[in-house]
Write a protein that binds this ligand. Structure first.
Ligand SMILES: [Zn+2]
Length: 179
């Protein structure tokens, strides 16, 4: 496995719509494994392929707490088959927006269909933080960042700060709930 570089905003590669995976082959399995390793090292609880510069519909997640055994999810071509009417709000972070957090309201529960590590079609029902995290990662596949759910004022403030931090070369540490 190899650690990949995580792209930070503002970067045009985070704004593109990723293409579906034709099939889950060794190349995609390797991408999934490399993304997981990158996510664990960051550390974060979710990562989408566009965040490592790959415009393909692949996401990985692991919400296990420190000290618990790993519980990785590897999803290719995830699609919603159901979303709840009821919403929930979570203070989200993102490995591509280091050190910035914001409240985002999304459906509380979802059901997604996807291809697993073996290329089999699966369905996953999720609620709470797992549902929030999957939606956050699926947004990345459509070029949407969590700040795009916030007001233009807040979004521009965060993006300006990130640009400034990059120019001054200050390195940012990332919180444990970034995805
Ligand atoms: Zn993110």
């Amino acid at each position: 496995m190899a650690k990949l570089d995580i792209i930070t905003a503002p970067d045009p590669r985070l704004k593109v719509k990723s293409r579906p995976v034709a099939r889950v082959d060794d190349r995609i399995r390797r991408l999934m494994d490399d993304m997981l390793e990158t996510m664990y090292l960051a550390p974060g609880i979710g990562l989408a392929a566009p965040q490592v510069g790959v415009a393909e519909r692949v996401i990985v997640l692991d919400l296990a707490h420190e000290g618990e055994p790993p519980a990785p999810y590897r999803l290719a071509n995830p699609e919603y088959v159901w979303v709840s009417d009821e919403d929930t709000t979570y203070n989200e972070g993102c490995l591509s927006l280091p050190e910035h957090y914001g409240d985002v309201t999304r459906p509380r529960a979802i059901r997604v269909r996807y291809l697993d590590y073996q290329g089999e079609i699966r369905e996953l029902a999720a609620e709470g933080l797992l549902a929030t995290c999957i939606q956050h990662e699926m947004d990345h596949l459509d070029g949407i960042l969590f700040v795009d759910h916030m007001s233009a004022l807040k979004r521009n403030m965060i993006l300006r700060k990130l640009l400034k931090a990059r120019k001054t070369g200050s390195s940012a540490s990332v919180g444990a709930t970034a995805f």
